[in-house]
Write a protein that binds this ligand. Structure first.
Ligand code: 0X9
Ligand code: ZN
Length: 415
């Protein structure tokens, strides 16, 4: 009973002494930590100390008490004992040195050892951003058929937000290409978590503003996790058919009408849509590209897919056309492929998309080149070459993201 009373008096006193105004933090500027040596029979003195102190740091200790005391109460407290010493002159200053509270923990590298749900991917992005609030921001650009916001992270360095040309990275346009989600997240994670301690990464982040959307087809991605692991398209319907889904990578409004590189059949995996750009996901993505083109410009665009181990650049829509800066595209791709291979031997094939792989109309990189005025536009096809295909084992996530990161580093250095 006695201890309960003591506790309640302590709590009420402490509360009245340090209660912050609504939504404000207690200000400990000038408060001191004082060590008070206690005499043998001390319960009475202890009670008086507790009355005067803001907090007792080691309640229950019999030899001495360490207490946080307001500057005006220091004399009164020390007068209660024969021996005392000041341990900390300014608790407020000590708290400031401790740094800002991390509301959310920065995700650990172990994130990249497993695949994750869409909800957890959003949490990953928010947690990552929460650890680096002064140089990153969550952004959205439009939403999916089912109303999910296309959500990305904007990362910047020394010049401040939006001061540099853009590097834009899109992941998981094809729902089943899960390794692409992990890889684009690894890029963001590396850029932010290594910025302070790694001169190479710092230089990359200080050179460009990064806009990374790990999942640009959230409805399809969720569907690939809940219903059909091998789903590719979005989840948009057409009145003329019971089949679902447009291929967002055949829906971009640039050379969309050219025949041969996409399907007009709603049941096809490469259904291009009824009209150019008629998917809400494409609207969000092209709005982002157009805005960046009209502000600082886009230097590098990457669309991350799997599988096949390719680095491809425009054009997709015509196998005989050569992009005006083909040699520069080839040069960056050659060096990136070498950087990837140097990590653990993974071999990439590089070349113009149509001539190297197959024809595509309405694909992202033709648009970022032809309309977005991006200096460089690449499609990456990550591991593997067909053994596992889209269902790359979790044990290959880390090797894949690490080697692909070196490809990004190489390209950004050269761009
Ligand atoms: O078909 C696609 O959209 C991409 N391949 S995937 O297997 N991930 O679907 C390739 C796009 C690259 N462009 C061209 N090959 N033209
Ligand atoms: Zn793909």
């Amino acid at each position: 009973m006695k201890s309960l009373l003591l506790l309640s008096s302590l709590v009420s006193y402490t509360y009245s002494a340090v209660v912050p105004r609504a939504e404000e933090q207690v200000d400990y500027s000038g408060f001191k930590v004082v060590r008070l040596e206690l005499p043998e029979a001390n319960s009475d003195i202890e009670a008086q100390i507790e009355e005067l102190a803001a907090h007792v740091l080691n309640p229950g200790k019999t030899s001495h008490l360490d207490v946080v005391v307001a500057p005006e109460s220091v004399d009164a407290v020390t007068a209660l004992v024969t021996e005392s010493s000041i341990i900390n002159e300014d608790v407020g200053a000590a708290l400031a040195e401790e740094g800002e509270l991390l509301i959310q923990e920065v995700p650990a590298e172990s994130w990249f050892t497993a695949y994750h749900s869409y909800a957890d991917h959003l949490t990953f992005l928010r947690d990552l951003q929460g650890g680096f609030t002064s140089q990153s921001e969550i952004f959205t650009t439009g939403s999916s058929v089912q109303g999910r916001a296309l959500t990305g992270i904007h990362i910047w360095g020394s010049g401040g937000k939006g001061s540099k040309p853009a590097v834009v990275i899109h992941g998981t346009v094809h729902a089943r290409e899960w390794i692409s989600t992990m890889t684009t997240e690894y890029f963001a994670w590396q850029l932010l978590t290594k910025y302070a301690g790694n001169a190479t990464v710092k230089a990359l982040v200080d050179k460009f503003d990064y806009y990374i959307i790990p999942v640009v087809n959230p409805d399809g991605f969720v569907y690939s996790q809940t219903t059909d692991r091998l789903w590719r398209k979005n989840r948009q319907t057409v009145s003329s058919s019971s089949c679902v889904g447009r291929d967002i990578n055949r829906n971009w409004p640039y050379k969309w009408e050219v025949p041969g590189g996409a399907s007009t059949n709603p049941c096809s995996e490469t259904y291009k849509g009824q009209t150019a750009g008629d998917s809400p996901e494409n609207l969000g993505l092209r709005t982002q590209i157009n805005q960046l083109r009209d502000s600082g410009g886009v230097t590098l665009y990457l669309d991350i897919h799997s599988y096949g181990q390719y680095i491809l650049w425009p054009y997709g829509y015509d196998c005989n056309l050569v992009v005006h800066n083909d040699a520069q595209h080839r040069s960056l791709a050659t060096r990136a492929a070498a950087a990837i291979r140097a990590v653990s031997g993974t071999r990439y094939t590089i070349g113009p998309a149509c001539a190297t792989l197959y024809a595509t109309t309405g694909d992202s990189t033709d648009y970022t080149d032809g309309v977005g005025n991006a200096t460089y536009s690449y499609t990456y096809e990550l591991r593997d070459t067909g053994n596992y295909g889209f269902t790359l084992p979790a044990s290959q996530i880390q090797p894949t993201v690490r080697e692909t990161w070196e490809g990004l580093v190489s390209m950004v250095k050269d761009a």
